[in-house]
Design a protein around this ligand. Structure first.
Ligand code: NAP
Length: 259
């Protein structure tokens, strides 16, 4: 390991790494190769989900490292949010990953078909039974999060939402902040469009960085957790070089103005 990633203290006291590896569409041989490479480089957070279908390909890399040094997030999909389905899906996910306990288990998407209070009761049971250390949500906008906060008896520590220079839903971020909910920015590289983005390129030239690094650094400066997905060694490495420099307030404002 050649780098130490800072951590965010959640309202439960758990410490979540501020940079993680996203694994949507990272499957098969690519996944078997990229995950151990990332862990060896210093990544200590893996973001996955039941629907990504890659738990079994992530598992071998987890066996090679100290479990306590890693943060593993997975998600239960809409369609599996009734009480028994949540418990069964989490049990299956743990078996696939070859671990006893997740660090964070998220509701992947809100589902109007499943009563939210029932889903949160099931998530509370997962915490009580030691199947996950903490729980949270994903793709919860203001209306969903307001309902979740009203019905959940377990602390909601994280909301994973799409957030990047081209997509800035600040209203939900503000609600998260008011309720001490850490925000994870997904698709931080705009699904791979960051290198061609004009403003990011301009700021990258000024800082002698890359547009991808500017996007990730900007999100860290908005006090968000970032989970860029990368496959190649070069991309994995580039995406970690964002910890020891800063955008100026003026550069920060130029990206904010894209909202
Ligand atoms: P992303 O991280 O915004 O972009 C990934 C793309 O950027 C890939 O094509 C990758 O290529 C490319 N890339 C990575 N590093 C690069 C670099 N240094 N230079 C140039 N290109 C680079 O997209 P994402 O996968 O949508 O989002 C990230 C993670 O967020 C997901 O993997 C997933 O874990 C999570 N997510 C969650 C949800 C949700 O509903 N909760 C939805 C979407 C995503 P290579 O793979 O070829 O390196």
């Amino acid at each position: 390991m050649d780098i130490e990633i800072p951590r965010e203290t959640l309202k439960t006291g758990h410490e979540m790494p501020k940079v993680g590896l996203g694994t949507w569409k990272l499957t098969g041989e690519d996944c078997l190769r990229a995950v151990p490479l990332a862990l060896a480089m210093g990544y200590d957070q893996i973001d996955t989900a039941d629907v990504y279908g890659n738990h079994r390909e992530i598992a071998p890399a987890l066996r090679e490292v100290d479990r306590d040094s890693l943060w593993i997030t997975s998600k239960v999909n809409r369609g599996s949010l009734r009480y028994d389905d949540v418990l069964a899906t989490c049990e299956k996910n743990l078996e696939e990953l070859g671990i006893d306990c997740l660090d964070l288990y998220l509701i992947h998407w809100p589902d109007p078909e499943a009563p939210m209070a029932e889903t949160f009761r099931a998530l509370g049971r997962l915490v009580d039974e030691g199947m996950t250390r903490a729980i949270g949500v994903s793709n919860f906008m203001v209306e969903h999060l307001t309902e979740a906060l009203a019905v959940s008896e377990v602390p909601i520590v994280n909301n994973q939402i799409k957030f990047n220079p081209a997509h800035q839903p600040w209203e939900v971020v503000e609600l998260c902040r008011e309720n001490e909910i850490a925000v994870t920015a997904y698709s931080p590289l705009m699904h791979g469009d960051a290198p061609g983005h004009e403003v990011l390129r301009e700021i990258a030239r000024e800082l002698e960085r890359t547009p991808v690094q500017v996007a990730l650094r900007w999100l860290l400066q908005q006090e968000m957790i970032v989970i860029p997905k990368a496959t190649s060694e070069a991309h994995l490495r580039e995406n970690l070089q964002i910890l020891d420099w800063e955008l100026s307030p003026e550069q920060d404002a130029r990206i904010r103005a894209l909202a």
